[in-house]
Design a protein around this ligand. Structure first.
Ligand SMILES: [Zn+2]
Ligand SMILES: [Zn+2]
Length: 325
């Protein structure tokens, strides 16, 4: 443990959609890539010069470290800060221990509020990403947002939107995921079925023929991005959250963007969403119950790790969280 570092014993780590895609081999593994960045645990060793943490602190990783002063940070993209390149951007959370840097500023590790357990606190990083996606859509109360894909990101985005009084229409192929999202959606829709146009008709009916103000594409496939452009209103905002494992064949900028006046906004990666007290906004929202972890988290033990990946892929688990014991 070097100066400025803390060693954390992992207590919980959830499976990111990006982890799942690499697990399925749809994506090529990246150099330096390590599975598992949605981590919570206990500080077991503290390097020289670390003042913010002590041994025994319960902590969670919420976003990348960032310097706050480089050109990229100042331009508003601290998730890409050049001062903290890979492999300092998380990972390794399915091992027993992870090592974190704790810079004086822009530290992405936070203490966990007392009323939050480790599996719930592991959602800090995906919730931070979800907050970023929602904020980039600039939602207004009573607007209608369609969320395509009710995995972990889709669920967390839906909950944040619902807390902001946006009307959420959730779309997913899996009945179990739609059922879990129902409490924070005005409608949940199944995009399969014999008539592919049915879902478009339901969204048009709900919006008096206008289409949705905002659509979140949280899957990363050609079919779902195409659907997103069909469901959005003229002048709407489309937020791309899903990770595309490969390029698309039929992107139609003329019909989808130019002739519908649609703004397409990417929302990749965590950003530092912090409270005025300098704590993680994601952990604060979980602690206050603004976002409920219960409908999102399914807990697995490490010996059943393969089942955890399978459940999140096809078995109705929204976010599988793996515990070491
Ligand atoms: Zn993640
Ligand atoms: Zn920077």
């Amino acid at each position: 443990v070097h100066e400025g570092e803390i060693l954390v014993e992992v207590r919980a780590c959830s499976i990111c959609g990006g982890d799942l895609k690499i697990y399925r081999d749809a994506n090529r593994p990246l150099p330096h890539f390590m599975f598992g960045h949605e981590v919570s645990g206990v500080v077991v060793q503290v390097g020289a010069g670390v003042e913010r943490f002590r041994e025994g602190d319960r902590v969670a990783y919420a976003h990348n470290n960032y310097c706050g002063t480089c050109a990229i940070c100042r331009a508003g993209s601290p998730a890409w800060c050049k001062e903290f390149p890979l492999p300092f951007r998380g990972g390794g959370g399915f091992a027993d221990y992870v090592l974190f840097q704790t810079p004086p500023r822009g530290c992405g590790v936070y203490k966990i509020p007392d009323n939050l357990g480790f599996p719930e606190a592991a959602l800090a990083e995906p919730l931070d990403c979800a907050l970023g996606a929602v904020m980039r859509s600039r939602p207004l109360p009573a607007e209608v947002a369609v969320v395509i894909g009710l995995g972990g990101m889709g669920h967390l985005i839906s909950q944040v939107l619902n807390a902001l009084h946006v009307k959420v229409i959730g779309v997913d192929l899996q009945e179990a995921k739609r059922h879990k999202a129902a409490p924070y959606c005005v409608l949940t829709l199944d995009p399969s079925g014999p008539d592919g146009a049915a879902i478009q008709q339901q969204v048009m009916d709900y919006t008096s023929g206008q289409g949705a103000d905002i659509v979140f594409e949280a899957v990363g496939k050609q079919a779902t991005l195409t659907l997103a452009f069909e469901l959005i209103k003229i002048g709407g905002r489309l937020i791309q959250v899903g990770v595309f494992a490969r390029p698309m064949d039929n992107f139609d900028p003329d019909r989808w963007l130019f002739r519908k006046d649609v703004t397409m906004i990417p929302a990749k990666g965590p950003a530092p969403w912090v409270t005025t007290a300098g704590e993680s906004l994601a952990l604060d929202m979980l602690s206050r119950g603004v976002v409920q972890a219960e409908s999102v988290v399914s807990v697995f033990h490490r010996q059943n790790a393969a089942a955890a990946f399978e459940a999140q892929d096809t078995g109705g688990a929204v976010r599988s969280v793996i515990l070491p014991e």
